[in-house]
Design a binder for this molecule. Structure first.
Ligand SMILES: [Ca+2]
Length: 442
């Protein structure tokens, strides 16, 4: 098995030390980075020395999942701590105004981790990709983020900062901002500035990288969109660009770590790195499926958490966890309270991170089509003849989802289908309405 040699339970227990203050929190989110797209996850084509070092200094997950298999849904789940279906954000907020889903976004009644951490005096910022609504009312500044430098669409030209519909999309808070530079570099630079500015103040920094989402552009490539676009200029191949894009992001991770060291904030800062879904151009490693899929390759992603002195260095865990767990984890670490009307769907990872404890057997769900129950994975869909079909895999023995065990374990299939159905009904029982312009139903 792919990671068999490396998987072990965390050896407990790091000696509890008095933390003089709640930690700073930095969430670094990669975009479309697959399970096999880092050196520490087995990549031979992509070099990620800074991520590998982060893993050496912290804890690496082998069974961590995004709550969605595409961009906007995972981000809605991350910032609210709830399955994104509850917020009415189960599909990508589309760049095209002719598509109904362009007009939706994160509605005002949702509660974000930034809003909750502000109740504890945290300075908050998003640097990078939002993708939870295009219009002004959806702006991160209206969702608890004090600062926002970045873009609101699913991707921009890395050089010219135009979205795929040809609209300029780079912002300083509520206002469009003209700023030259490769988007990954700009995101890192703003993150470093924010850390520096808040060196004496607790902060929560969400660094949402564009890398390694399309378009395929390294720092030296020409613009492909906007008035400066040059379609005739020589450019990297997709493979070359992917390497350059990953390298730029990885170097940014290294610069954040270095900045924390220089400011003597390392021991006071938890960094959580993960990807928002499986690969578009990269590798899912041993997993079946890619971005957009309910197979493991669509949602099992690289994830590393680092807090030197508090989380055991160099550990690897096979505990089952999901991006929805970040919000309850942050609330526990900072002493912030959840909002009773918005119950969270994840669990705090603090017992695992700080004490090496098991998270227990869990059930997780994706897209009304797939679920985990411990190591078991159920996927429902349609067979070649169009008839409903349910497939069952034991991921402990079959991480690549190759051997369907449904006929061998019919009772388990029935029980899991029932659980999936009950979950589906529950998460869609009180969905936040999304606006749909008259005449648009799609
Ligand atoms: Ca993505």
């Amino acid at each position: 098995m792919f990671f068999a040699a490396f998987i072990f339970m965390l050896t407990p227990v790091l000696e509890a030390r008095q933390e003089p203050r709640p930690p700073n929190i930095i969430i670094i989110l990669a975009d479309d980075m697959g399970y096999g797209d880092a050196g520490c996850y087995g990549s031979t084509t992509l070099k990620t020395p800074h991520l590998d070092q982060l893993a050496k200094n912290g804890l690496r997950f082998t069974d961590f999942h995004s709550s969605g298999n595409v961009c906007s849904p995972t981000r809605a789940g991350l910032v609210t701590g709830r399955y994104q279906y509850r917020a009415g954000l189960d599909e990508v907020v589309n760049a095209d105004p002719e598509v109904a889903a362009h007009h939706g976004g994160l509605q005002a009644e949702e509660v974000t981790f930034a809003e909750r951490l502000k109740t504890r005096g945290y300075a908050t910022a998003l640097m990078g990709k939002w993708h939870l609504g295009y219009t002004r009312k959806y702006n991160p500044l209206h969702h608890g983020f004090d600062r926002f430098h970045g873009f609101v669409s699913g991707n921009i030209d890395y050089i010219s900062h135009y979205d795929r519909m040809g609209k300029y999309d780079w912002w300083n808070g509520l206002e469009p901002a003209t700023e030259a530079g490769y988007s990954t570099h700009l995101i890192t630079r703003h993150a470093l500035d924010f850390i520096e500015e808040n060196r004496d103040h607790p902060f929560c920094l969400y660094v949402a990288h564009e890398a390694v989402h399309a378009p395929w552009q390294g720092p030296g490539d020409p613009a492909q969109r906007g008035p400066e676009a040059n379609q005739d200029a020589p450019r990297s191949s997709q493979d070359e660009a992917l390497v350059a894009m990953m390298t730029a992001m990885d170097e940014g991770v290294g610069q954040i770590v270095q900045k924390l060291d220089a400011l003597e904030l390392t021991d006071h800062t938890l960094i959580f790195f993960f990807s928002d879904n499986g690969p578009a151009a990269g590798s899912a490693g041993p997993l079946r499926g890619r971005k957009g899929s309910n197979w493991e390759g669509g949602h099992r992603v690289p994830a590393i958490v680092c807090w030197p002195g508090r989380i055991q260095a160099g550990a690897v865990t096979d505990q089952l966890a999901i991006s929805l767990d970040l919000m309850p984890t942050m609330l526990e670490l900072t002493g912030a309270e959840p909002v009773p009307e918005r119950p969270l769907d994840g669990i705090s990872l603090v017992p695992l991170l700080l004490h090496g404890k098991s998270l227990g057997r869990r059930q997780l769900f994706w897209n009304h089509k797939a679920m985990r129950d411990g190591s078991w994975k159920l996927i429902v869909g349609k067979g070649g003849d169009g008839a409903p079909v349910a497939r069952l895999y034991d991921l402990d023995a079959d991480i690549g989802e190759r051997t369907d065990l449904a006929t061998e374990f019919p009772d388990r299939v029935v029980a899991m289908r029932k659980a999936l159905q009950a979950w589906s009904e529950e998460v869609t029982s009180a969905v936040t309405p999304q606006p749909r312009p008259i005449g648009m139903c799609r």
